[in-house]
Design a protein around this ligand. Structure first.
Ligand SMILES: [Zn+2]
Ligand SMILES: [Zn+2]
Length: 159
């Protein structure tokens, strides 16, 4: 069975719908992504869909990204090659990353585009909280300086 052509094995596990619809992958998946073994290597289903559609990756190290919001979709028309960074940015922009389901940070500030920073891992950070954190640190440093100063003053007075 595993010796059947990749295209046959692949399309047997896809529910092909109208060209503009999402085509769900029904095969196996690993870590939440559809996967299929090709020449003994496990590959993601969307990247194989692009290969089979005659659009193989132009360079190495690219990932199949979705224009639709459906990670399970393997409709080649909904797929494009991007870098991992593209993928993260794209997912982040669509609020698709697992950590991004929340619309507000822990302190209740809304994750608006203006108030949201992405770190290198695609994690959202609340600018408002970061500002508050910096202010707090500044106050702490100032308080420590004052304490140190008054301690040394007190020491001098007691001499
Ligand atoms: Zn789709
Ligand atoms: Zn916040």
């Amino acid at each position: 069975m595993t010796h059947a052509p990749v295209a046959d094995r692949f399309w047997a596990k896809v529910i092909r719908k109208a060209p503009d619809e999402c085509w769900p992958w029904t095969g196996s998946s690993s870590r939440g992504r559809g996967s299929i073994s090709v020449n003994g290597r496990s590959r993601t289903a969307p990247s194989v869909a692009l290969d089979l559609a005659g659009r193989p990756s132009p360079i190495q190290g690219l990932f199949a990204c979705h224009t639709c919001d459906n990670p399970n979709c393997v409709n080649p028309d909904h797929l494009w090659w991007g870098t991992n960074q593209d993928n993260i940015r794209d997912a982040a922009a669509k609020g698709r990353l697992p950590l991004q389901k929340a619309t507000h940070c822990k302190q209740g500030h809304a994750f608006t585009p203006e108030n949201t920073r992405l770190n290198g891992f695609g994690r959202r950070q609340c600018r408002e909280c970061q500002r508050a954190h910096r202010r707090k640190n500044k106050r702490k440093v100032k308080a420590m300086r004052i304490a140190a100063l008054s301690a040394s003053n007190a020491a001098q007075v007691s001499k």
